[in-house]
Ligand binder design. Structure first.
Ligand SMILES: [Fe+2]
Length: 403
């Protein structure tokens, strides 16, 4: 709801008069910085946590000295979500969040372009070690400018623990207050109500568990790999329909937490199950890149032309690397983040560790005359399995266990 300043007094009175308590409201005893979620070229969601609760709003404008626009937030106890709409594409906006006893600093974001180059940052498993996560945030900042960040899951150690989220927002403040930050549910978030209350992601059908968005000539899909092996039928069918309805996109990305092509020896069986079930969907749907986490290191694999980027070095204690298999392109046991840039039909990716070293790079050129890219190893017989069973016994998620 976007309104003019002249309506503020009336609406403020209205909000205070009609506000009713929200059942099961999230009551938290700390304040967060404002954090950005779902976005389009003409809209941006802004959220924050305030221990005082109450009601709140976001004031914003292109001029940082004169906020002429205001949008009221939906409040759920201590958690506020507002959506700024009707924005100009590719434009810098300044904003401040206010609620009972809370007033943020002035922050800014730039709305997405409707076309042109795309750039984003990917990393995951940011939980557990504050100092390492802070170093990874510095890597992300070194990537500026970028359109958004995607965290491939396990943002915090326990999704239901408010203290972990307090730390998370403190650490990510320089990034998450200035650029849309898309989250993928890891096993450490899973079914934690607090996680789902805190985030403001797009909705695929009616659920933030799986969703998609577009940025220029690229289509991005997020699915919830916690949602029973091998993904419940509704989610899988939605993914298929969603990607098939975006065949015009030059680039297609899918992100989910559990990696089909990791090398962690303790998770080989779980990874193989993910691989057997999900890879053929990625291959047959023409997905260019899959972004995963869960294993705390970096693995780049290539199968049937689909690049699998396991970026789990966001802060959690590093895992040992396993033996590479025939799909492994490279792997590294380092804290790191990845930047992906798209310019028309050319994609470039680099992975940079916290010491500034480039641990991997990749170029995909789909332009005419660029030549055929190496498809990577393929063994279609491996993936030519019968359709996944739908009976209850077969849906138990096996392997990628919580740690
Ligand atoms: Fe995980």
């Amino acid at each position: 709801m976007r309104i003019s300043r002249s309506s503020i007094c009336v609406l403020t009175l209205f909000v205070f008069c009609v506000a009713t308590p929200v059942s099961n409201a999230a009551e938290l005893d700390w304040n967060s910085v404002p954090y950005l979620g779902k976005a389009t070229p003409t809209s941006q969601s802004v959220s924050w946590v305030s221990k005082a609760g109450g009601s709140g709003y976001v004031k914003y404008d292109r001029n940082p000295d004169d906020f002429k626009e205001i949008v009221y937030a939906d409040a759920n106890g201590s958690i506020f979500h507002a959506e700024l709409t009707g924005l100009r594409a590719n434009t810098k906006y300044y904003y401040v969040c206010e609620s009972d006893g809370y007033k943020s600093e002035v922050h800014s974001f730039t709305t997405w372009r409707t076309d042109g180059p795309v750039s984003f940052v990917a990393m995951g498993d940011t939980r557990s070690q504050r100092d390492r996560h802070e170093q990874v945030v510095e890597v992300i900042r070194s990537f500026a400018p970028y359109d958004f960040v995607i965290n491939s899951g396990d943002m915090v150690s326990r999704g239901s623990d408010p203290a972990g989220w307090k730390d998370f927002f403190e650490i990510t403040a320089p990034v998450i207050s200035e650029a849309p930050y898309f989250m993928v549910a890891g096993n450490h978030e899973g079914d934690a109500d607090l996680y789902w209350d805190l985030i403001d992601m797009p909705k695929g059908e009616d659920s933030e568990r799986y969703y998609s968005f577009d940025r220029s000539n690229a289509h991005f899909v997020v699915i919830d790999s916690n949602d029973t092996w091998p993904l419940n039928a509704a989610q899988r069918e939605w993914m298929k329909r969603d990607i098939e309805s975006h065949v015009e996109a030059d680039w297609k990305f899918v992100s989910f937490h559990h990696p089909p092509f990791g090398t962690n020896p303790g998770r080989r069986m779980g990874g193989l199950q993910m691989r057997l079930v999900l890879h053929r969907w990625m291959r047959d749907l023409g997905v260019d890149m899959v972004i995963n986490g869960h294993d705390h290191h970096y693995v780049h694999a290539l199968a049937d032309g689909v690049h699998y980027i396991l970026t789990g070095g966001g802060g959690a204690p590093l895992y040992e690397l396993g033996e590479p298999d025939r799909y492994t392109v490279t792997q590294a046991r380092v804290y790191h983040a990845c930047k992906i840039e798209i310019d028309g039909l050319v994609l470039k990716m680099k992975a940079i560790d916290i010491d500034g070293n480039e641990i991997d790079s990749l170029t995909i050129d789909k332009s005419e005359g660029a030549g055929e890219a190496a498809p990577g190893e393929s063994n279609n017989e491996d993936f030519a399995l019968p359709a996944p069973r739908e009976d209850k016994a077969a849906r138990k998620f096996i392997g990628p266990e919580a740690r």
